[in-house]
Design a protein around this ligand. Sequence first.
Ligand SMILES: [Zn+2]
Ligand SMILES: [Zn+2]
Length: 200
Amino acid sequence: MRLDTCSSFKICGVCHTLHGTWRYQHHQLDQHCQCIYRRVRAGLQCAPAPWPVYDFNEVVTLCRCCGAQLLESGSRWSVWFCPECKARVVGLNQRYQRCLIPIGRHSMMNGFRLSGSECRNPSAVEQFVLNVRAMQDSTGLLVDWAAAIVSETARARGFPDGMDVTLLDYAHALEQHPVDKVSAFERLCAYFQNPVTIHT
Ligand SMILES: [Zn+2]
Ligand SMILES: [Zn+2]
């Protein structure tokens, strides 16, 4: 994803997710940060209208492990990690032969699927439901971690707490002082083992 596609984007100072406006063909599309979706879930405002073509209203996001790399988004098949972090997450899941950390929102991306015959097998359906629930719990942890690492990274590079940071400024600061992705992955794993409350 080219940064200039979303040069107007900012990282929200409250939820630490991206928001901004970009152009798709003749449409001007607004990507909202998670603050808006929290209000939607609380019934405080209506959900934004779905974008054309995209599966959901997100064109870019930051890697959910290192918080340092911009990724394309908007497809149910979008991967949540940059290539380097994804390789570590996939390696971890392979080592334990189960989905400890999901790589995307679609159950099939994480190895869970029900074949036609399994749909008629109650224990297979039950296991599938349990797997999907566990994946949703892990996804929640990942969302919390992603906010924490972006917040920490911005703070460590001198951006004031609680203020939006432009994506360009954030990317520039990371060029000067890159994130240690090995350490980010180790800390992500530690957080999954012991998801203590993290302050963002
Ligand atoms: Zn926000
Ligand atoms: Zn990454």
